[in-house]
Design a protein around this ligand. Structure first.
Ligand code: ADP
Ligand code: MG
Length: 198
């Protein structure tokens, strides 16, 4: 469960203004809104990377995994090395982890890229690697910032169907302005100018 009560976060001119909403223990929620509407600010609060200036963020004690808006990959390392970094941050045994890693890479069509450096792959490929790295290991809350911005229609569907199935047991929160993925959501929170638009 997540509950935001009258959350305020001020930046010089913009920020969040009295944002309140509640999310259940699992399901797929889309924070939908134009660029600058406050989506990333909310994800940063939910990831405990930032604190509200006023109001409350009440959350269950989730293990969180967060795919940020910029890919955050190590560009001089290979795809495989970037994925294996997650092994240190999980309790999943190594054999099981490698199996999960290969399955995800096959699903995302990046298995032939495992030995390539990030610096030589395309934007859409980077986004799928970042997605795979975010999903490896254990978590109960998945935060994704604009995860489909670089994807073609096929990969977008693959990823959204996968997230939909994960959301049967986990809470998946996606910040996006992509109209095509709204149909997958159990709940859409529309953001406008730092406020929830009701
Ligand atoms: N660290 C920051 N310093 C100053 N302004 C910020 C900062 N983070 C966000 N903002 C401003 O807050 C508003 C909301 O930003 P953001 O949450 O990134 O929007 P979105 O993710 O919906 O595009 C924007 O106007 C942005 O410029
Ligand atoms: Mg953003």
């Amino acid at each position: 469960m997540i509950k935001l009560i009258d959350v305020k976060k001020k930046f010089r001119a913009a920020g969040l203004e009295n944002v309140s909403f509640e999310l259940p223990h699992h399901g797929l929620c889309i924070l939908y809104g134009k660029s600058g509407s406050g989506k990333t600010t909310i994800l940063n609060l939910l990831a405990s990377l930032d604190k509200p200036d006023d109001g409350e963020v009440i959350m269950d004690d989730y293990t969180v995994t967060y795919m940020m808006q910029t890919d955050m990959l190590f560009h001089n390392l290979t795809v495989k090395e970037n994925l294996l970094i997650k092994l240190n941050a999980t309790t999943v045994p190594e054999g099981h982890f490698e199996c999960e890693m290969l399955n995800l890479c096959v699903l995302l069509g990046i298995e032939s890229l495992l030995d390539e450096r990030i610096s030589v792959i395309s934007g859409g490929e980077k986004q799928r690697v970042a997605f795979a790295r975010t999903l490896l290991g254990d978590f109960q809350l998945l935060l994704l910032d604009e995860p489909t911005s670089e994807l073609d229609a096929h990969n977008k569907m693959v990823i959204m169907k996968y997230l939909k199935s994960l959301s049967q047991e986990k809470l998946v929160i996606i910040a996006s302005h992509d109209n095509e993925i709204k149909c997958f959501a159990d709940q859409v929170i529309i953001m406008k100018d730092g406020q929830v638009n009701e």
